[in-house]
Design a protein around this ligand. Structure first.
Ligand code: AMP
Length: 497
């Protein structure tokens, strides 16, 4: 199938050709004609499927078709995204696909000065891409008017709910014209009951499109687990990058501190590396990302919060240096590779502490991930598992917040109070250095309330990040629990020389 058959205008087809796209992806084939007909759409599509063009192209065309001689330049299309990075990328797509059209667009997100955004809004835009928190900041300051929005897009809606944006979304909806008088498009990688409830409220007789099964890892991604002791992961990673001559590898850690530390260590190993996470300024994040894209930075070490928004074409290697606490994050992480039909490779370095996380992930994937022990990195079967430091129990943490639970940090610069989401001035649950960054918490927005730290049943001494690992470990004799863990890892049986 070619793009020409979808009913797109010559200007949009030209922009698509300039991007080098020859064929619409499955989500584009399904979504574009429906959106052009003015239908509400609920689409199940993961990142990497081409969903952004799937809604942006027909959205731009609809705006052109329904253009009237309005006075001023009201915002006619609003795209809400959960993270800054995604907002920036969607806005770039709007620019690129709309470059031959007389439409204007801009993007607003937190963590940066609000005044330049106000200036751009004042000049008038047809399409606004926004993260919910900063959008409400603007609404509160009356620097934008959403009363004439004709098309609303909720991108990565599942992520928005996971990040606690439901109240913000409700507030934004209250600023828009009535449901029936606008076109509503909802994109989500998963269709949970919460998403369905949101869709029921938001969409009018929507067309349902699904191009990937729920929680299915991108099919062209080759997944592999290398069992390895925790204290040898970094050495193994450097070796894999060097030996394989990997030029561009995205590495995931669980914590911001862990990301910083690993990036520093890789630099010491002679690999150009940068860390990207929610504590970095927007400028630093943008620099790291562009360095990675243009090849100056060979290894980008990221936390989950960075995962959703990264759009890097044909990323060949993703490494889970640490498995995520939330299994679905694994799916999102590996979605960074094998994008838009390209083959990719996702390798997880798994130590004995992470076996439960691995099992949870395999349950979500409904299949086992192949395991391969590398020669020279055989796990020490006498090491007993320890609880994951700063771990989270999973989705329930954000969905059923405990009253008065401590809140995560607020990094937005607008000064908007975090009322309704977190008690002002509250401290982050897990301390300043080793705090998790699971991606459920927006980088630029006030954090949702979170449940109290999980209680561990084992009364282990609290270890601080950076404490020496191997010597502090309690060792089991081989043949005890250690052997059981080793068996689960495929311990030492299959190896790669
Ligand atoms: P998305 O899922 O929207 O994040 O898109 C993933 C990547 O696929 C982006 O880098 C797009 O530039 C690219 N892409 C989108 N549509 C197509 C297409 N029809 N053919 C090839 N690449 C595409």
């Amino acid at each position: 199938m070619s793009f020409d058959t979808l009913g797109l205008s010559a200007e949009l087809l030209l922009a698509v050709r300039e991007q080098g796209y020859t064929q619409p992806t499955p989500i584009q084939q399904k979504a574009i004609p429906l959106i052009l007909q003015g239908k509400d759409v609920m689409a199940g599509a993961q990142t990497g499927t081409g969903k952004t063009a799937g809604f942006t192209l027909p959205l731009l065309q609809r705006l052109m078709e329904t253009r009237t001689q309005q006075r001023g330049r009201p915002i006619r299309a609003l795209v809400l995204t959960p993270t800054r990075e995604l907002a920036i990328q969607v806005a770039e797509s709007v620019e690129v696909y709309g470059r031959h059209l007389p439409l204007r667009s801009t993007v607003v997100y937190g963590g940066v000065k609000i005044n330049p955004q106000i200036d751009r809004l004042r000049r008038g835009v047809d399409v606004l891409v926004a993260t919910p928190g900063r959008l409400l900041d603007h609404a509160g300051q009356r620097t934008l008017d959403l009363s004439q929005v004709e098309i609303l897009v909720l991108d990565e809606a599942d992520r928005m709910l996971d990040m606690g944006f439901i109240h913000d979304i409700r507030k934004v909806l209250a600023l828009l014209p009535k449901n029936e008088s606008r076109q509503n498009l909802l994109f989500s990688a998963t269709f949970s009951s919460e998403i369905k409830a949101l869709a029921d409220r938001l969409l009018n007789r929507p067309e349902l499109i699904e191009v990937a099964r729920r929680n299915t890892a991108a099919e062209r991604v080759e997944q592999l687990v290398h069992p390895v002791d925790k204290h040898r992961k970094r050495e193994l990673l450097s070796q894999m990058i060097g030996r394989g001559n990997w030029r561009q590898v995205l590495v995931f850690t669980r914590t911001k501190h862990g990301a910083n530390r690993l990036a520093d260590q890789l630099q010491q190993d002679g690999l150009s590396a940068a860390a990207i996470h929610g504590n970095k300024s927007q400028g630093a994040r943008t620099r790291a990302l562009s360095g990675f894209k243009n090849g100056d930075v060979r290894v980008l070490v990221a936390t989950d919060i960075a995962a959703r928004g990264l759009d890097i074409d044909q990323l060949p290697h993703v490494v889970n240096y640490e498995l995520p606490n939330v299994p679905e994050d694994y799916v999102h992480r590996i979605g960074r590779t094998g994008r838009a039909g390209n083959a990719g490779e996702a390798i997880s370095l798994v130590c004995v502490d992470e076996l439960k996380l691995l099992r949870d992930i395999e349950r979500v994937l409904s299949r086992e991930i192949p395991k391969r022990v590398l020669a020279g990195y055989e796990p020490d079967t006498s090491i007993a598992p320890e609880p994951i430091q700063n771990g989270r129990r999973g989705r329930g943490d954000t969905r059923s917040p405990a009253r008065g639970a401590p809140a995560a940090q607020r990094t937005g610069s607008s000064g908007r109070a975090s009322a309704g989401r977190a008690p002002a001035g509250s401290a982050q649950r897990t301390g300043a250095r080793g705090e998790p960054e699971s991606g459920r918490r927006p980088a630029q927005e006030p954090a949702p309330q979170r449940a109290a730290a999980p209680k561990t049943r084992h009364a282990q001494p609290r270890r601080r990040p950076g404490d020496a690992q191997p010597n502090s470990r309690h060792r089991h004799p081989v043949g005890g629990r250690g052997r059981e863990q080793a068996a689960l890892l495929g311990g030492g049986r299959r190896r790669e020389d």
